[in-house]
Design a protein around this ligand. Structure first.
Ligand code: GLU
Length: 481
């Protein structure tokens, strides 16, 4: 059996759609699972859509995602060039060969004639008009410089069939397919032609791509057959949806890999999550490393139905990855978020990291969790009221005053020592420790959500700042009771 070869063939658009990244991942996993090779090919024949720097986005995405291609524009494996625009001359030769073999023909119809074929809905099906031209006439018109395209010659009758590895038996009546353009009048191939020639010449034997190509694949197979080439195996993948009706979209900031990186998701967690979108592992463990994904990947687990992107679940998974980080690792990835926050350059990031690691699901939450350290101003004292813990503003005020008294001359300003002395204070006052710690945490921060308990916050702020804030909060409460 020949070696498994899969490919990822993105068009350089400047960003990486989550659905495309998943296609890429599955093609990679399938190749690696089977000891095969994974090829990167850049499909840039649509020059109008050319975006400067877009190819670099593709490389950097794959790198961040931990997907290593064995061959590509930057890694020649003997099947290059791997960029379609550098293969231009080759397509015309193959198209001519296909004409010789009866699988295609020259077409000289102009826009006016093509427009005349349109029905009431504006839809035209080409009527094979130019198929009847003699070889001599074709040669003469080409020699005269008349513009032409090359069209595929699809049999008028019969059905075209194949087995898709995900969708099973696919059968399309030939009359439902059009003699589509393979070579445009500017000499460039269309996707419909280039994908076939490239996949064949690059010895791709497993084509893994989006489901939008499922029903055009019979056309491609007709070309393979006409050339006398062996057809590849196909695996088409269902789309990823936001919900039953809506696709992921750039507008909602949930379409592209980059959107999620910016929100503070870790590439590893994104890759892990999207691997599970449309594929189920046999076991119950969902947190899977790339090596584990490779080991467990299996076509039987791929679903035919569209998958729903559940950001809450990806957040949870991201949080699980964060929990496993050392403070040093955390600071490395969290640095840009610290720098964006109000504490930038003012606090020991490692100390903050220890507090944040168990409490942050995505790195984007960091600024809101640490800004209170630098920003402390009037806040709503209703926050002190807590029914379940039986805290009223009066109780909060009394307890804060007692805390102030207790800490005024206390110097061992560490989390542990503060915790101890304040627990003793709760005993002395015959109240629940929560009735001390919760008001204190709010009094020191002025916000409901903080990356740690009262004494951890006190240690971070230091004695001077803590006492200042305590005074401020006591005054504020007195005014607002
Ligand atoms: N360039 C095509 C796309 O981005 C690739 C489709 C394929 O994998 O064959 O949709």
């Amino acid at each position: 059996m020949s070696k498994v070869r899969t490919r990822f063939a993105p068009s350089p658009t400047g960003f990486m759609h989550i659905g495309n990244l998943r296609t890429c991942l599955y093609a990679y996993l399938f190749a690696k699972k089977n000891g095969g090779e994974f090829v990167l090919r850049i499909e840039d024949t649509d020059q109008e859509r050319y975006v400067e720097g877009a190819v670099d986005v593709i490389y950097s995405t794959l790198k961040k995602a931990g997907i290593r291609h064995d061959e590509g524009p930057d890694k020649d494996g003997g099947y290059g060039p791997y960029i379609q625009s550098e293969r231009k001359s080759l397509y015309l030769d193959y198209a001519k060969e296909l004409v010789e073999k009866g699988g295609a023909y020259y077409c000289f119809c102009d826009k006016q004639r093509l427009d005349s074929l349109k029905d009431e809905k504006g839809i035209a099906k080409y009527d094979k008009h130019c198929l009847a031209l003699s070889k001599e006439e074709v040669n003469k018109r080409i020699a005269d410089g008349e513009p032409y395209v090359i069209r595929q010659n699809i049999p008028a009758e019969g059905v075209s069939e194949y087995e898709d590895m995900v969708f099973g038996h696919i059968s399309v009546p030939n009359e439902d397919m059009e003699d589509g353009v393979l070579i445009k009048s500017d000499g460039m191939p269309t996707y419909n032609f280039a994908n076939v020639v490239d996949d064949h010449l690059m010895a791709i034997n497993y084509v893994i791509r989006g489901v939008e190509y499922l029903s055009s694949t019979p056309k491609y197979n007709l070309m393979y057959d006409a050339f006398g080439w062996q057809r590849p195996h196909y695996m088409h993948l269902s789309p990823i949806m936001k919900d039953a009706q809506r696709k992921l979209s750039k507008r909602y900031g949930d379409a592209n890999f980059e959107d999620f990186l910016e929100k503070g998701y870790l590439p590893k967690a994104i890759v892990n999550y999207i691997a599970l979108l449309g594929w189920s592992p046999k076991g119950t463990e969902e947190k899977l490393s790339m090596d584990e994904l490779v080991e467990q990947f299996d076509v039987d687990g791929i679903s035919k139905s569209p998958s729903i992107f559940d950001e809450a679940k990806m957040r949870w998974l991201n949080g699980e990855y964060i929990k496993q980080m050392t403070p040093e690792e955390f600071v490395e990835v969290a640095k840009p978020y610290f720098e964006k926050s109000k504490v930038a350059g003012k606090y020991d990031y490692l100390a903050l990291a220890k507090l944040l690691i168990p409490r942050v699901e995505v790195l984007g939450e960091i600024p809101e969790k640490v800004d209170f350290l630098e920003e402390f101003c009037e806040y709503d004292t209703a926050m002190f009221e807590h029914k379940k813990m039986k805290i009223t503003k009066d109780i909060a005020l009394n307890n804060l005053k007692a805390v102030k008294e207790e800490l005024k001359d206390f110097e061992d300003w560490t989390d542990e020592a503060l915790k101890q002395i304040l627990s003793q204070l709760a005993e002395k006052l015959a109240c629940k420790s929560g009735q001390i710690f919760l008001p204190l945490r709010l009094a020191l921060t002025g916000v409901a959500s903080t990356p740690g308990g009262a004494t951890e916050m006190a240690e971070l702020l230091g004695k001077e700042e803590s006492m200042k804030r305590l005074d401020f909060s006591i005054e504020l409460l007195e005014k607002n009771i």
